[in-house]
Each structure stands twice: as structure tokens, then as C-alpha cells.
Design a protein around this ligand. Structure first.
Ligand SMILES: C[S@@+](CC[C@H](N)C(=O)[O-])C[C@H]1O[C@@H](n2cnc3c(N)ncnc32)[C@H](O)[C@@H]1O
Length: 331
């Protein structure tokens, strides 16, 4: 008698095998560790780990095939960052556990020294960028980092979070409103709050052109007295305008409905003090640890983060913080 052949799901085995293979090499584990709070190009990683570019490209290919790293092209440069684990996909739990284990590893001292050197080279690159772009830059802040460069990363984090069908979003400082269509598609109700009437007018025109019927615009200070709350509060490139970002995070945390999320996109700390004058930035980006510390002090729980490297030497961080469901305490 012929017994039925059990259905084997090879693609699941293959996905798990390539994950195990990618994790089965100490250099690749160190690369994942280095990518915990930054993104790097192939040449930068080759320099950090003192190996040839083709050797590093091979390791990155193995990590990319296993879904452990993702790439982003900026002109002719490719930046690598960690890929977010998806709990419901094959190997998703192993992927998340591997990152947890890797985060407990200490990078060798020479690797850390070369990472610091790469950071200094980036600072020099961004200085050079500004010296060439100064004129244009004064008119257009987007030359440092525009929505096009971080939009996909914010959406990748947003789409991993699950919000109910009736969930609401609040965007603080929407600027010209370019991110509002993305929010309007994902949330039942969206409120956008900006303290600049000119910016809000641009956002209004964009909402009209895109026929967004579920977006409400409001001229107000983000840290004002309103207690309007939303399931998801989004701040793209706004926190560096607040004199006291720790206090701002505390106030904004109170605008998140318990169980909801705060998403913050910001530049990583940089030393280009011209940005203060040229774009009214009060802060020159933020240290990754400072954002996590301030958010924790505001009662939020740090979640996943993505890092976006830019060819001009700047680095963007996209951070998720959750307000615990049981936190009903008024701040
Ligand atoms: C650099 S723009 C970012 C625009 C947009 N989010 C983006 O990613 O392109 C900062 C925005 O925050 C707004 N803003 C600054 N301080 C604010 C405050 N205290 N309350 C509300 N909006 C504020 C500004 O008017 C501006 O529209």
C-alpha cells in the first residue's frame, strides 16, 4: 500500500537553514552587532572589520539572503541596516532571539576604534557637503535629510505595529504634509498639529490635492494645553526644534493612548553647528541612548529602531516607543 507522502514545507526549512548559516560565523555576528545602532556601507564595514571589500560583500550577501539585513541605495552607495524580525514568518522568532543574543556581545576593541574612525570620516564628509552646498542649503533644509530618505523606514516600523481599524494617528509638525497621505491610508482618523500657519497651509493644500477626507489640521503648539490623544503619535524631524526634548517627550507620551505608540525620526548626533543657524535646529541630532533614556523616563518602553545612512555623512534614526497598556496615569 502506498502511504501518502507527508507534505514538507521546504521553503520554511530553507529559510531556517539560511538563517542558521548566516548566524554561524563570528564575523557576521559582529557585523550584526555593529549594525545594532547604526547603518554602514560596504566600504565602511570592510574598513571597520579590516577585511577586503569583496570578502565583506560576500558576508553581507549571506546576511541579506537570510533576511537579517536590509539595504538602501543612496545614489551609487548602498547602506546596510538590520532587518526587522517578523514574528509570524519562518525563522522570525530565531531572528529576534539572535539579535537579542548579539546585543549582549561586546565588539573587539580594535573594531570599536575603527568604528569611531568611520564616524569621524562621516563628520568630515558632512562638513565638506555643507561647504559645497551652503547657498542652496539655506533655502532648502531637505538637502540634509528629506522625507524621501526616511519615509520607507518609518512605514516599515509602522506596518509592523498592529492598530485597530478605528485607530487614530497624530502627526506633530507635519511640515508640508507629505507624510499625511501615508497616515490617512492606515488610520481611521488623523490629526496634524503644527505651530506654523505657513506650514499648515501647505499641508492643507496637499490634503486637498490628495483628497484626504480623514485628516484634521490644527494650528497649535505641540506642547500646549490640549489633551487630545491618539493611538499613534508621529514626530518626523521635529524633536530637535524643542528646547527641552526630554520634557517634550514626557508631554508627547501623554498624548499616546495607553497601549499605543510614539514614532520618532531624528538625525543621529552630529557636530555640524551650521545647522542651528541654517535650519533653526536647536539640537544637532540626538544620541541614540539619550532618546531611549528620555522616553523611558516618560513612561515609554523602547521598541525597535531602524537606522538610515546618508551619502552626505548624516545618519537618521527611526525609533519606536510604546506606552504600556496599563499606564493610565496622567502626566
Ligand atoms: C523640520 S520640519 C519637519 C517637517 C516634516 N515632519 C518632515 O519630516 O518633513 C519641523 C516642523 O515642526 C514644526 N514645529 C516646530 N516646533 C513645533 C511646535 N512646538 N509645535 C508644533 N509644531 C512645531 C515646524 O513648524 C515644522 O513644520
Amino acid at each position: 500500500m502506498n502511504l501518502p507522502v507527508p507534505e514538507t514545507r521546504h521553503e520554511h526549512h530553507d529559510a531556517l537553514a539560511s538563517l542558521c548559516k548566516a548566524g554561524g560565523d563570528s564575523l557576521r555576528l559582529n557585523v550584526l552587532r555593529a549594525l545594532a545602532s547604526d547603518s554602514f556601507g560596504v566600504l565602511e564595514l570592510a574598513q571597520i572589520f579590516a577585511i577586503g571589500q569583496s570578502g565583506m560583500s560576500h558576508h553581507l550577501k549571506v546576511l541579506a539572503q537570510a533576511g537579517l539585513v536590509a539595504t538602501r541605495r543612496e545614489g551609487n552607495a548602498i547602506f546596510y541596516r538590520r532587518a526587522l524580525p517578523a514574528a509570524d514568518s519562518p525563522g522570525g522568532r530565531l531572528h529576534a532571539a539572535l539579535f537579542d543574543e548579539v546585543d549582549d556581545l561586546a565588539l573587539p576593541i580594535d573594531v570599536r576604534a575603527r568604528m569611531a574612525l568611520v564616524q569621524r570620516q562621516r563628520a568630515a564628509a558632512s562638513e565638506d557637503f555643507f561647504s559645497r552646498m551652503e547657498e542652496k542649503f539655506r533655502a532648502q533644509q531637505d538637502l540634509i535629510a528629506g522625507l524621501a530618505q526616511y519615509r520607507d523606514s518609518v512605514l516599515a516600523l509602522l506596518d509592523k505595529l498592529s492598530f485597530g481599524e478605528q485607530a487614530s494617528a497624530l502627526e506633530i509638525g507635519p511640515g508640508d504634509g507629505a507624510f499625511l497621505p501615508d497616515l490617512a491610508r492606515r488610520f481611521a482618523q488623523v490629526t496634524a498639529l503644527d505651530n506654523s500657519a505657513e506650514m499648515l497651509e501647505l499641508a492643507r493644500q496637499l490634503c486637498q490635492r490628495a483628497q484626504l477626507g480623514n485628516v484634521q489640521l490644527s494650528l497649535a503648539d505641540a506642547l500646549g494645553d490640549s489633551h487630545a490623544q491618539a493611538h499613534c503619535v508621529v514626530l518626523n524631524m521635529v524633536l530637535h526644534h524643542f528646547p527641552d526634548p526630554a520634557l517634550a517627550l514626557e508631554r508627547l507620551a501623554a498624548r499616546v493612548i495607553p497601549g499605543g505608540s510614539l514614532l520618532v525620526t531624528e538625525l543621529c548626533s552630529h557636530n555640524q553647528s551650521w545647522a542651528r543657524e541654517a535650519c533653526g535646529d536647536l539640537w544637532l541630532g540626538f544620541e541614540q541612548e539619550d532618546l531611549a533614556r528620555w522616553a523611558t523616563a516618560a513612561g515609554l518602553v523602547p521598541g525597535e529602531s531602524l537606522y538610515v545612512g546618508l551619502r552626505n555623512g548624516f545618519q537618521i534614526q527611526v525609533r519606536h516607543f510604546q506606552r504600556p497598556a496599563g499606564d493610565t496615569h496622567h502626566r
